[in-house]
Design a binder for this molecule. Structure first.
Ligand SMILES: Cc1cc2nc3c(=O)[nH]c(=O)nc-3n(C[C@H](O)[C@H](O)[C@H](O)COP(=O)(O)OP(=O)(O)OC[C@H]3O[C@@H](n4cnc5c(N)ncnc54)[C@H](O)[C@@H]3O)c2cc1C
Length: 336
């Protein structure tokens, strides 16, 4: 049933005050054939961990609460309902003896949102494991998209570019293939060494990633945040070389012959912004890329601070930072 003027403060990890004009919890797939799903709602809400909500959310918000894990063949294939907690699913696969996603442990949010920005961490991306995405196409009905249909890229997919077209209802994963562990990314290697582990199991990697994430990222339950606020910018090689000449210690990740990815957190840190801000909002002191709600922040406070960060970084390095989080409602002139 659609309710009016429902507070979303508890449903976004930034803990921002927001009211949905109309709110519909989606708990059963049968609800999709109702008239509410003939056209796109104004907001599809999962775990609210990648959103920057303004105080008034006009129109209809659909909260995806479909849940359940189906182990389809007993050999590492799973079909998971969109509202299932991502971290719970990763733990389930590891306990069931199907490793692969250990580097993706502890990412907040729902399974249904995982293809939207092709979540990734510590050298792994969810698109490596997805075999199909089941969705409701507004005005059409149920559809199934193959990985190729999803156009996965770095923190990107077709779902980001067509926000008013699909509501993801479930996702299929294949974990039957044994893959080598990914140990070379971030602090995984040094954390395993610190623990005296030279021949790690997937569970060791999961424990190491859990420890690293807990020590680096604030717990949103106590300090509201949306994880990385900006994407890592990708620049032309010529721009990279100009920057590297001025900042020889700048980390960088070549993408191809023409472009290089730079760590947004490093740029923000070196612009002198780590730990700065106001009493309401700021950059986290242990990880500059994470903007935090220091208490009583509103969406407009976070937006204003993020604009300052963008301008200062641009002035110092000539690099444009783009938000990774989705602002709702979208800024005027933007869709979705
Ligand atoms: C502390 C912290 C750490 C994080 N670390 C990482 C990280 O390491 N890697 C990473 O990639 N991300 C990270 N994130 C970001 C976030 O966890 C992911 O983007 C996550 O997938 C968002 O899931 P959600 O259910 O909360 O989506 P929401 O925030 O509710 O929604 C995000 C977007 O997906 C859309 N959406 C949600 N559900 C559906 C659906 N069923 N169908 C269609 N569209 C849908 C929404 O409309 C919105 O556009 C982090 C966030 C936090 C707070």
């Amino acid at each position: 049933m659609i309710r009016e003027h429902v507070r979303l403060d508890r449903f976004n990890t930034f803990g921002l005050p927001a009211v949905a004009e109309r709110y519909l919890p989606l708990r059963h797939p049968e609800q999709l054939s109702g008239s509410a799903f003939e056209r796109a709602p104004d907001l599809v809400l999962g775990g609210g961990s990648n959103l920057l909500l303004m105080e008034e959310i006009p129109g209809l918000t659909v909260h995806v609460l479909l849940s359940g894990i189906e182990w389809t063949d007993g050999r590492g294939r799973f079909r998971v309902a969109a509202g299932t907690d991502w971290n719970q699913f990763v733990r389930y696969t590891l306990e069931a003896g199907f490793p692969g996603m250990e580097n993706l442990i502890l990412i907040p949010g729902t399974v249904g949102a995982s293809p939207v920005q092709n979540i990734g961490a510590y050298g792994a991306e969810v698109s490596e494991f997805i075999t199909a995405v089941h969705a409701w196409e507004y005005g059409r009905g149920p559809v199934t998209l193959s990985p190729a249909d999803c156009n996965f890229g770095y923190r990107d997919s077709r779902f980001k570019h067509e926000p008013g077209r699909y509501l993801i209802t479930s996702v299929e994963f294949d974990l039957s293939e044994r893959r080598p562990l990914k140990l070379a990314y971030g602090a995984i290697g040094s954390e395993l060494e610190r623990r005296g582990i030279s021949d790690p199991t997937p569970a060791d990697v999961a424990n190491a990633v859990t420890h690293i994430r807990r020590s680096k990222l604030p717990d949103w339950f106590f300090l509201g945040n949306s994880g990385s606020f900006f994407k890592n910018p990708v620049v032309d090689r010529a721009d990279y070389e100009r920057l590297a000449a001025d900042h020889p210690d700048m980390p960088s990740y070549p993408i191809d012959d023409e472009s290089v990815k730079l760590p947004a957190g490093w740029l923000i840190d070196r612009a002198g912004l780590r730990g700065t801000g106001t009493e309401r909002v700021g950059s986290y002191d242990k990880q500059a890329l994470v903007l935090v709600n220091r208490g009583q922040a509103r969406g407009t406070d976070v937006l204003a601070f993020s604009e300052d960060v963008r301008q200062i970084v641009h002035r110092k390095f000539g690099v444009c930072l783009e938000p990774e989080v989705r602002q709702v409602p979208a800024p005027t002139g933007q869709v979705g």
